[in-house]
Write a protein that binds this ligand. Sequence first.
Ligand code: FAD
Length: 301
Amino acid sequence: MANDLVQQNVSLASLSTWRVGGPAEYFCSPRTIEEVEAALLWSHQHQQRLTVIGGGSNVLISDKGVRGLVLSTRQLAGLDVKEDQGQLRIVAMGGTHKSQLLRIFIQKKLAPALFLSGLPGDVGGGVVMNAGVGEARLPREFGEIVEWVEVVRLHGTKTERVKIPSEQIRWTYRHSEGWQPGVIVRVGLKWPLEPDDEIPIQVRETNRLRLSKQPLDQPSCGSVFVNPSGYKAGAVIDNCGLKGFAIGGAMVSPKHANFIVNTGTATAHDIDAVIKHVQSTVKTLTQVDLKTEVIYLGEWA
Ligand SMILES: Cc1cc2nc3c(=O)[nH]c(=O)nc-3n(C[C@H](O)[C@H](O)[C@H](O)COP(=O)(O)OP(=O)(O)OC[C@H]3O[C@@H](n4cnc5c(N)ncnc54)[C@H](O)[C@@H]3O)c2cc1C
């Protein structure tokens, strides 16, 4: 039985940047950490599995939807910015959009603006995915600017808030380990106050490059596959002649082979079918195993 915080049968497609996916059996969108705690207790009391969705820019939600309680962090947003002993310190709620962080780093002319520019999704999702860029620059991913992560999790029949220092988190390529389980509700970030007048100019150039290389006018989840060691997934897929390959409304982007775009009518099933076709073709032609960066949510069996 739902209460004020929890709704039933809520469509999730609009919460995914692919614009696909079925409904959440139960859904909540807490605005405060206390409401996150209440949602976790609700899931425990009603024996419902919890699934978290941030900006939805790295998830493939099944057409059958998601059983249990889906917690969207989109309303759990806000920032606190301080300058302290030569450091810029930001405390961001988990659902704060990365573009808000970007704005601050641009204003202060600080280097993190470069990897954040054009990165979709929320701060919490950025931590989970250790989001960043491939180019060799400092910093180039989330783990390098995070000072601590605050998580709310179930502890027996109660909830607890745990603050985990960045050093206790293992930051690897598009993954972070050591903060689980739980919901990331707050993130502390820091970077030295060493302004560089070139940063805003370089951000504009980064945006221009993204626009020229990526199909940003069509719904997608960015890069679908992680780069296999020693290769660029996009180049491998392109070399297999898969650009433009389509099933239903899902297509390997002719502009960037590691993007699968929704041409208007895609279902999650179409996207999954394209993913599987790309994986099997690449394996047959090159022996390379492509693993998805995108995370599957919901019922796929
Ligand atoms: C056009 C485009 C370009 C992109 N370019 C890049 C790029 O250059 N580099 C890059 O790294 N990524 C890129 N991405 C992928 C994506 O934007 C990042 O992975 C992003 O950090 C995901 O954040 P999100 O908030 O959307 O997470 P979601 O997609 O909502 O979730 C990702 C995972 O994190 C979990 N999660 C989310 N929030 C929380 C939370 N608060 N607590 C616990 N778990 C949580 C979810 O359950 C899920 O498992 C791109 C995507 C698009 C659409």
